[in-house]
Design a protein around this ligand. Structure first.
Ligand SMILES: [Zn+2]
Ligand SMILES: [Zn+2]
Length: 156
């Protein structure tokens, strides 16, 4: 049996435990990949958003494909949004931004109204009964604050 000594763990292993032309065995390579993955997770996030911005059509196609492949999940997701009023509240905010009634957080630098440390990226709802009662918050605070109060009257 053909073997090779791994340059990292120094174990003598069969060739099939190595990727082609590599001196490091698959197990050691995997560990390095994981470390690299963790070390670069922030960078990758940035890359992903840049990619998403540069490829709006692909993003649309991908999400359409996902919806098609996961009709049940999509339905539940939409129902939940409708029930809580999140969808209505979000479109109200979106419209207000378009009309200039709310500052566009992508264009204006506004500090998070919760931590006052970093830039706000989202409008946070505390109560979906008041779709325009929002505060600009950063992602972290938005997650910390959690879900808003759902709408009490459900329009069908
Ligand atoms: Zn190894
Ligand atoms: Zn914050």
């Amino acid at each position: 049996m053909l073997t090779r000594i791994c340059s990292d763990c120094k174990k003598k292993l069969p060739l099939k435990k190595f990727y082609r032309n590599r001196r490091r065995c698959k197990i050691c390579q995997k560990e390095i990949n994981v470390a690299y993955y963790i070390a670069n997770s922030d960078k990758r996030k940035v890359n992903a958003t840049t990619w998403q911005k540069a490829n709006p059509d692909r993003v649309k196609a991908n999400s359409a494909a996902w919806k098609k492949a996961n009709p049940k999940k999509t339905k539940i997701y939409q129902q939940r949004k409708n029930i809580t009023g999140a969808h209505r509240a979000m479109s109200a905010v979106y419209e207000a931004i378009q009309c200039g009634n709310l500052p566009n957080l992508k264009k204006s630098f506004i500090l998070c109204s919760n931590c006052r440390l970093v830039r706000a990226v989202n409008y946070d709802h505390r109560d979906y009964n008041f779709p325009l009662a929002v505060t600009p918050v950063c992602l972290r605070c938005n997650n910390l604050l959690g879900a808003a109060i759902p709408i009490t009257e459900v329009k069908i």
